[in-house]
Design a protein around this ligand. Structure first.
Ligand SMILES: Nc1nc2c(ncn2[C@@H]2O[C@H](COP(=O)(O)OP(=O)(O)OP(=O)(O)O)[C@@H](O)[C@H]2O)c(=O)[nH]1
Ligand SMILES: [Mg+2]
Length: 181
């Protein structure tokens, strides 16, 4: 079965709700999607800067990224650039495999204007989440994102297999040539 590791990050207290339940360090959520034939590991990284020292190892080997922020909190726009740099650029994750979610506090209405992010973040896929009013849209977008991650994992596995079989063929032909000399 295919496996994918997805990093989830972003500034702390994104939801801006009163029952704030802080993620301590890194929380790993594992689940299977039999339809996609894949196992996922979501690595939810706590946004408090005190956890930054935990990051170097957990960030390695990820196949995709989700960055969640709240565009009504002004500092989040700048902080999101830092998350993008650490989780995407430094880990050499393709931009297409990073999803930005701008979270809306329950009851804050459905203002879907896009936040003023600096390039290259303004070219990334961005979706609005409003869990109380419209959970379906974010569910669909999240599944779409998991699908593109797993397609990339599957393609790179296929090309690895291809190059291994090409190597085997080359070795066989070298051996045969040597024997025939
Ligand atoms: N009911 C409801 N709960 C939410 C919503 N968004 C977040 N929560 C809950 O609120 C808690 C805190 O989440 P956030 O405020 O997003 O915290 P965070 O950004 O993950 O902050 P760190 O864990 O410190 O990185 C979590 O336990 C969520 O389950 C929402 O829209 N509705
Ligand atoms: Mg959290």
């Amino acid at each position: 079965m295919l496996k994918a590791k997805v990093l989830v990050g972003g500034p702390c207290k994104t939801s801006d709700i009163t029952e704030y339940n802080q993620t301590q360090g890194v929380r790993i959520l594992e689940f299977e999607n039999p339809r996609m034939g894949c196992e996922f590991e979501l690595w939810d990284c706590g946004g408090d800067p005190e956890f930054e020292s935990y990051w170097p190892d957990p960030l390695k080997g990820s196949n995709g990224v989700v960055i969640i922020f709240n565009d009504s909190i002004l500092s989040h726009l700048k902080e999101t650039e830092m998350w993008y740099s650490c989780f995407v650029q430094q880990q050499l994750v393709q931009n297409a495999l990073c999803l930005l979610i701008t979270h809306h506090k329950p009851g804050s209405g459905s203002d879907k204007e896009n936040p003023a992010l600096a390039p290259p973040l303004n070219r990334l896929k961005l979706v609005h989440s409003n869990l109380e009013d419209d959970p379906e849209e974010i569910r669909m977008e999240f599944i779409k994102h998991l699908r593109s991650i797993i397609n990339t994992v599957s393609e790179s596995r296929d090309s690895e297999k291809m190059s291994t079989s090409q190597m085997k063929l080359m070795s066989i032909s070298i051996i045969t040539n040597t024997i025939n000399k």
